[in-house]
Design a binder for this molecule. Structure first.
Ligand code: ARG
Length: 460
C-alpha cells in the first residue's frame, strides 16, 4: 500500500531504505507547535474566506487543539511511515475528526507549510538568543564595573604590550555581543514575512487572504513571490551566520579563560561549578566548560557551511535537499544557547587575582610606550627618536634583568642625559592606565563610565 496521505498513484509502499533516507519526523517533530499554530491560522482564514464552512473550520481547530494537548502530555505517537511532522499531525487530525480533516490542506502545500513552521521556529529562537546574550552582557558589564581599576597585562601577538584594565577587557566582549545582537535583530526583521499561501510554488486559485494569515502569525506581511516563499532558506543562513560570529566571539573569550586559569598565568579562578577535576592528577582544575564553548564553535560554523553548500545549485522552487536544513540548524542554535548560558555562569562566578594581574601587568616592559610618550611630551622629541631611545633603555634594563622603574636615574641619563626624575611617574602600571583617557581608552574612569552606560542600556 502506498502512503495514505498521497498514495493514489502508488501500488507499493517505500523500501525500508527509502523511509530511512526520507523520513524527517525524528528531528522535525520539534516544529509541532509552529505547525499547529500555522494550521490554525490557515483554517481560520479558510473559514473567513468561505473556502471551508465555519463548522468544518471549528471542528478542525478543535482537533488541532486536541493534538496539541496530546503532544504536550506525551501521548501522541509519532510515526516514521508518515514522514514528517506535517503528515503526522494531519493524519492524526483525520483520525480524530474524520474526513473533514482533509479540508485543512486546501490551498496549502507542505512546501509553504514547512517554510512557515521553520520561519516561526527560527524567529522564536532568535528572540530567545537575543535575550540570553543580553544576560551575558549584563554579567560582563557588572564584572567590568567592579574591576574598572584592576590593572592587567594587555597583549598583542600574545606578548606583553601595554597595561589595560580587567574591566576594559570585559567591556570589549560586551561591545562584540552588542553587535551580535544587532545582527540577530537585523536578520529577524528580514525574516519576518509569511510564506503561507505560496502553496506548492505557484500560489493558489482559491481566494485566500494572505494578509490575514501573516498577521495572525505575527509576520509583518506576506512574501511577495510564491516561488521565493517556498524555495529560499536565506533567513536561516543569515541567522546561522550571526550565530557563527557570536560563537567565534564566545570562543575567543573561552580561549582566554583557558589561558588565564592555567597555573602559569593564574589570572583568574573559575568556580567549582564550572570546572572539573582529573581522575588521576589530584591538583587539576580543568576549565571544561570554557573548552567546550571553544570546541562547539566547530559545529556551529559547520552548520552554516552545511546550509550554504546544500542550497548552492538548487533550482527553484522547493527541492527535498532543503529538508537537510533542519538538523544542523537545531543543533547549532541549541548548542549556541548552551554556550551563552555556560559563559554567563563562568563570568558571574570568576574571580580575578588582582595582585597577580597587577604584577603581570608590569612584566615585559609594558610601560615602554609610556616612557616614549614622556620623552615626546617633556623633551619634545619626535616619536621615532623617542622610540629609539626607549628601546635602548629597555635593552639596558633587560641586560640588568630589572623592570624599567628599577633602573636608576643616572643609568637612564647615560642613554638620554635630559631625562629627569619625573619620568618615574609614568613607569608604574597604575599611572599608565590612568593616562589612557582618549575616548574608548582603558583609563579606569572611562571604563567606569562605559560600564555604567551599558548597565543602563541593559536594564531597559
Ligand atoms: N519534510 C519536508 C521538509 O522538511 C517538508 C516539505 C515536503 N514537501 C514535499 N513536497 N515533499 O522539507
Amino acid at each position: 500500500m502506498g502512503n495514505k496521505m498521497w498514495g493514489g498513484r502508488f501500488e507499493t509502499g517505500p523500501a525500508a531504505i527509502m523511509e530511512e533516507i526520507n523520513a524527517s519526523i525524528d528531528f522535525d517533530k520539534v516544529l509541532w507547535k509552529q505547525d499547529i499554530q500555522g494550521s490554525k491560522a490557515h483554517v481560520e482564514m479558510l473559514a473567513q474566506r468561505k473556502i471551508v464552512t465555519q463548522q468544518d473550520a471549528e471542528t478542525i481547530y478543535h482537533g488541532l487543539s486536541k493534538i496539541e494537548g496530546e503532544i504536550e502530555t506525551g501521548t501522541f505517537t509519532f510515526s516514521r511511515s508518515l514522514e514528517d511532522i506535517h503528515l503526522n499531525i494531519e493524519s492524526r487530525l483525520t483520525e480524530i475528526v474524520g474526513s473533514v480533516g482533509g479540508r485543512l490542506h486546501t490551498a496549502r502545500s507542505r512546501n509553504d507549510q514547512v517554510a512557515v513552521d521553520f520561519r516561526l521556529w527560527v524567529r522564536d529562537t532568535v528572540d530567545s538568543l537575543n535575550i540570553q546574550l543580553a544576560g551575558l552582557q549584563l554579567a560582563l558589564a557588572t564584572k567590568a564595573l567592579e574591576h574598572a581599576g584592576t590593572v592587567m597585562p594587555g597583549f598583542t601577538h600574545l606578548q606583553s604590550a601595554q597595561p589595560v584594565t580587567f574591566g576594559h577587557h570585559l567591556l570589549a566582549y560586551v561591545e562584540m555581543h552588542g553587535r551580535d545582537r544587532s545582527r540577530l535583530s537585523d536578520a529577524r526583521r528580514r525574516l519576518n514575512e509569511s510564506p503561507l499561501g505560496s502553496a506548492a510554488l505557484a500560489g493558489t486559485s482559491f481566494p485566500i487572504d494572505r494578509d490575514m494569515t501573516a498577521k495572525a502569525l505575527g509576520f509583518d506581511r506576506p512574501m511577495a513571490n510564491s516561488l521565493d516563499g517556498v524555495s529560499d532558506r536565506d533567513y536561516v543562513i543569515e541567522v546561522l551566520s550571526a550565530a557563527s560570529i557570536t560563537a567565534i566571539h564566545l570562543s575567543r573569550f573561552a580561549e582566554e579563560l583557558v589561558l588565564w586559569t592555567t597555573p602559569q598565568f593564574a589570572f583568574i579562578t573559575l568556580s567549582d561549578k564550572f570546572t572539573t577535576g582529573s581522575s588521576i592528577m589530584p591538583q587539576k582544575r580543568n576549565p571544561d566548560a570554557a573548552e567546550l564553548v571553544r570546541g562547539k564553535t566547530g559545529r556551529i560554523v559547520g552548520a552554516l557551511n552545511s546550509l550554504l553548500i546544500m542550497m548552492k545549485g538548487l533550482p527553484l522552487a522547493y527541492g527535498k535537499d532543503m529538508q537537510e536544513d533542519k538538523e544542523p540548524t537545531f543543533d547549532a542554535l541549541s548548542n549556541l544557547s548552551l554556550c551563552i548560558a555556560a559563559m554567563s555562569g563562568m563570568v558571574q562566578d570568576m574571580v580575578p587575582d588582582v595582585k597577580r594581574l597587577k604584577k603581570a601587568a608590569g612584566a615585559g616592559y609594558a610601560t615602554a610606550t609610556d616612557l616614549a610618550d614622556w620623552l615626546v611630551r617633556e623633551l619634545n622629541m619626535p616619536f621615532r627618536d623617542a622610540h629609539h631611545v626607549t628601546a635602548r633603555i629597555v635593552g639596558l634594563a633587560s641586560n640588568k634583568s630589572v623592570d624599567l622603574d628599577r633602573l636608576s636615574l643616572p643609568e637612564m641619563q647615560s642613554i638620554e642625559p635630559k631625562i629627569t626624575i619625573d619620568v618615574f611617574k609614568v613607569l608604574g602600571v597604575d599611572n599608565s592606565v590612568k593616562s589612557r583617557t582618549s575616548y574608548g581608552g582603558t583609563a579606569p574612569n572611562n571604563v567606569r563610565q562605559q560600564a555604567r552606560k551599558w548597565l543602563k542600556i541593559l536594564a531597559k
